[in-house]
Design a protein around this ligand. Sequence first.
Ligand SMILES: Nc1nc2c(ncn2[C@@H]2O[C@H](COP(=O)(O)OP(=O)(O)OP(=O)(O)O)[C@@H](O)[C@H]2O)c(=O)[nH]1
Ligand SMILES: [Mg+2]
Length: 355
Amino acid sequence: MSERMALNILDNPRHLARLITMIERQDPARIEVLKALHDKTGKAHVVGITGPPGSGKSTLTDKIIGELRNRGRRVAVVAIDPSSPFTGGAILGDRIRMMRHATDEGVFIRSLASRGHLGGLSRAAAETVRALDAAAYDTVIIETVGVGQSEIDIVRCADTVVLVAVPGLGDDIQAIKAGVMEIGDIFCVNKADRDGAERVVRETRAMMETAIMNGANTRFSGLYKAVYEHTVQQARLRGENVQEDPHGGALRIPPVLLTIAEQGEGVSVLVDEILAHHAMLSDTEWLLKHRHENTMWELRNAVADNLLGWLDNANAHSQLANAAEAVLHKDTDYYQALAQVQEGIIAAGLRLVSD
Ligand SMILES: Nc1nc2c(ncn2[C@@H]2O[C@H](COP(=O)(O)OP(=O)(O)OP(=O)(O)O)[C@@H](O)[C@H]2O)c(=O)[nH]1
Ligand SMILES: [Mg+2]
């Protein structure tokens, strides 16, 4: 059944939609289907788009879809709504904004709502991306709202991360905060028709330049070094003279672009940059390096999630209750109790994870 579903997914969007519903519910039956699809994954370019609420991510995504379709690519979008346990609200808005693509068979748009904690959502997001990848979409876009750690966790399954900012918001709710900046590959200041957009561009650039001068370890500086080395090597192979950069590309910063999503202005340049970033990743060893890092992160979170799930079940509950009682009755001290519970948890957890 799951083998057949896996095969059907490749040419039937209805089966794909069904699988994503299974993923959204974290239905255990999804696992067999995803396993059967595993060999087909790894080809899509995964693009994460994140930024503050209402910054224009969906409008931008809608225009990006159009641009990528003009360039002959099949595009899938996963819109994440981490805030609401109900479908509706923002998701409805997202779908309406992208509705004009609904009849295009080269486009697949789907939203994912939170059915519990955010950890579960980032797992569901990563699994959905793999399903879409296996279904041979060339670009998979994942849109998520917010600029905090949990949103970053969600876009961690992306190869290229676009951070959206807008004029008129304080720094603390912009995507350009230092912590978030480190994972941004392209910066987009949307609503450039409003006052202050140029200033946000200048500030974003200044912030990155300062970070790099201070030796910040960002994802982009590593990539740019690799790109520089690759370019120099290629030029040498062609026997050309190379103008050496004393910093080896390490001081280069990501593009900071202005867009007016509503009018589609700047979107073509944004798409050029998105594709250029993918080309840089593919030309160097960085695509695999990113994916290795992302997969490690996903595995780590899945293990932590499984252990937490186990901790909440009755078996762990009684172990914790017994340990607490022993501590209160002075049968043992707190640290010995902790060590014992941990040993029990690790043993049971190992069984659980290997099941
Ligand atoms: N002035 C102006 N408004 C824009 C621009 N882009 C989008 N908007 C408007 O901003 C509002 C929010 O746009 P969305 O695309 O829904 O923003 P979002 O970031 O997806 O919003 P959430 O998913 O709810 O966080 C809508 O009313 C858009 O029409 C722009 O470039 N300029
Ligand atoms: Mg949106």
